[in-house]
Ligand binder design. Structure first.
Ligand SMILES: [Mg+2]
Length: 376
C-alpha cells in the first residue's frame, strides 16, 4: 500500500517537474496539470497552426479579439501577462496584426487597456502601432495610430434622433426594472422631457436602491449605441446575483418586445452578456469585415477570440475567410455558431492559454524555416 502511494507521488512530482521544465511558460504548464482538457486543446491548436503556417503560404496573422471577458475581466485593468503576450505576438511575427473590438464605450477602455497597450508599444517599437487597431462601441468608433504613436479617433454613422434616443433609454430602464423583483419604475420616467432629466431620475433611483441592486448605469454612447452596464468597474457594480446571462437574457427579451413599438428601431442588434445588455445599429462583424476589406491581406490566417453572443458574428466563418480559427472563452455558449472551438478555461485565463500556444507554434515554425534557409 505504502509503496503504491510513494509510486503515485513520485510519478505526479516527476510529471509536474517535467511540465515546469519549460522556463518560458511555467505558470501555464501548472494550469494545464489542473486543466487536462485545456492542455489537450492547446496541443491541438499548436498542431493546427504549425500545419497552416507551413503549408498554406500565410501572408499575415490577424488576431481579432473582444475586450471584456476575453482580454480582461469586464471593465477591469488588463493583466501584465496579457500585455506581455501581445508584445510577444508583435515581436515574434512581423506580419501579425491585433484588432480589438469591444462593445463598450471609449471611456471604459482608456485606462484599462488602451493606455497600457500604448505604453508597451512605445517601449518596444513604434512601428508596431500600424499593426494595432481598436474598435469600440461595436465598431461605431475606431482608434488607429501613426508611427509616432498619435491616436486618430473616428466615429461612424449618424446619432439617433433625440426622440429615438429617449425612447431607447427609457425602455432599457423599463426592461431592467421589470425583471428585478420588488422594484417599480421610478416616477417621472415616462414624463421626462429630455435625456438629462431622464438620466437624473434613473441615477437617483439607483442611488436610493443601492442596497437592493448595487450600482447600475445606462450609457448613451454618443447617441449611437446604448448599454445597460452592470459592471462599470470593480467598485461600481450591480449585486453579484444580477451579473449573469440568465438575468440579462430576460432583460434583453423584454427590451426587444418594448422596442417593437417603433418600426424604425426593430432591426437594432440587441446583445447581452453576464454584465451588460447592448443595443446598437451595428454588429462587431461589420467593423471586422470592413477592416479586412480595407487591408486586403493576400492570404491571412485569422484567429478570433470572444466570450459573448455579441462576438458570434466575427467568430463565425464566412466564405471570404480562407483560413480562420475561432475560439470561445465565455461560459454561456447558447447559440454559438458552428466551427468555433469552445475553450475549457473561461475568461482571460483561457485567452492567455490560447495565445501562449499560438506564440509557441509560430516560434517553432520560424525556427524550422530559418534552419531550412541556413541549410540551403
Ligand atoms: Mg465580452
Amino acid at each position: 500500500m505504502m509503496r503504491g502511494v510513494i509510486t503515485v507521488f513520485v510519478l505526479c512530482a516527476g510529471f509536474t517537474i517535467a511540465l515546469m521544465a519549460d522556463p518560458a511558460y511555467p505558470w501555464q504548464n501548472v494550469l494545464y496539470v489542473l486543466r487536462p482538457l485545456s492542455l489537450a486543446q492547446s496541443q491541438r491548436i499548436e498542431l493546427d497552426i504549425k500545419s497552416v503556417l507551413l503549408s498554406k503560404g500565410i501572408s499575415d496573422v490577424v488576431f481579432i479579439m473582444d475586450k471584456d471577458g476575453t482580454l480582461s475581466k469586464p471593465n477591469e485593468h488588463v493583466s501584465d501577462s496579457m500585455i506581455n503576450l501581445i508584445r510577444k505576438i508583435f515581436d515574434t511575427y512581423d506580419c501579425s496584426h491585433i484588432v480589438i473590438c469591444t462593445g463598450g464605450i471609449l471611456e471604459d477602455s482608456e485606462d484599462n487597456l488602451i493606455n497600457p497597450l500604448e505604453k508597451m508599444v512605445k517601449l518596444n517599437s513604434h512601428s508596431w502601432f500600424k499593426r494595432l487597431t481598436y474598435f469600440f462601441m461595436a465598431g461605431l468608433g475606431k482608434i488607429s495610430w501613426d508611427e509616432q504613436g498619435r491616436r486618430t479617433i473616428e466615429y461612424f454613422g449618424e446619432p439617433f434622433s433625440k426622440d429615438d434616443q429617449m425612447f431607447i433609454v427609457r425602455n432599457l430602464a423599463k426592461a431592467l426594472m421589470q425583471n428585478i423583483e420588488g422594484i417599480r419604475l421610478p416616477e417621472g420616467t415616462d414624463e421626462a422631457k429630455n435625456m438629462k432629466n431622464l438620466s437624473k431620475i434613473f441615477d437617483e433611483f439607483i442611488a436610493k436602491n443601492r442596497k437592493l441592486i448595487g450600482h447600475i448605469e445606462i450609457s448613451n454612447g454618443k447617441g449611437r449605441q446604448f448599454t445597460i452596464e452592470l459592471k462599470k468597474s470593480s467598485e461600481k457594480q450591480a449585486l453579484p446575483g444580477l451579473q449573469n446571462s440568465d438575468f440579462t437574457r430576460k432583460v434583453s427579451e423584454t427590451f426587444k418586445g418594448l422596442l417593437a413599438e417603433r418600426a424604425n428601431l426593430k432591426n437594432l442588434h440587441i446583445k447581452y452578456g453576464d454584465t451588460y445588455v447592448d443595443c446598437s445599429p451595428v454588429d462587431k462583424k461589420d467593423a471586422v469585415e470592413c477592416f479586412l476589406g480595407e487591408r486586403n491581406f493576400k492570404n491571412p490566417l485569422i484567429i478570433a477570440i470572444g466570450d459573448g453572443s455579441n462576438d458570434y458574428g466575427f467568430l463565425s466563418k464566412t466564405t471570404n475567410d480562407k483560413t480562420k480559427l475561432s475560439f470561445f472563452v465565455g461560459k454561456d455558449c447558447e447559440g454559438m455558431p458552428d466551427g468555433v472551438t469552445l475553450w475549457q478555461t473561461p475568461g482571460p485565463a483561457g485567452t492567455e492559454e490560447i495565445l501562449v500556444s499560438i506564440v509557441k507554434s509560430v516560434e517553432t515554425v520560424f525556427e524550422m524555416e530559418n534552419n531550412i534557409r541556413t541549410c540551403a
